[in-house]
Design a protein around this ligand. Sequence first.
Ligand code: S3P
Length: 167
Amino acid sequence: MSGPQIVLVGPMGVGKSTVGALLAERLGCAYRDTDDDIVTAQGRAIAEIFVDEGEAHFRALEKASVAAALAGHEGVLSLGGGAILDADTRALLDAHPTVVYLSMDVEEAARRTGLNTARPLLAVNPRKQWRELMEARRHLYTEVARVVVATDGRTPEEVAEAVLDAL
Ligand code: S3P
């Protein structure tokens, strides 16, 4: 198969990067993360891009980065939590056989991301903002994913195992 072996989607803080790296290790393939690609290409943190140029500019960079990675990367790929907001990106994901949605509930999200102000979308009122984000996005994650793996109360190793079992 050409393109990524596994694509991970889901909200910020769910563990896409950690689980993605574990999966790549288990499968003996490369790991790639579209947020990292953007940071490397722009030479700036994502929070800085949001503040300096706004979310719309970040989303345009993200869309291009996701399309490039879906076309060119053959290992495990994680997408930023908001990548699924773009309809063209969702269409590309719909065509992919191994998109996995890593899900978590709000309490788990508060534990994992609540104090992390490096994430611009959760900087003001993390719990409320996370709930609102999930109301807007849950159906989009579900729409693009072939498989949903709940991460609540699981270690990254257990989540990686569950992903491999589910595929
Ligand atoms: C975002 C998620 C972040 C990053 C940016 C916006 C979002 O990625 O792309 O802060 O809109 O959910 P992670 O899901 O990797 O944290």
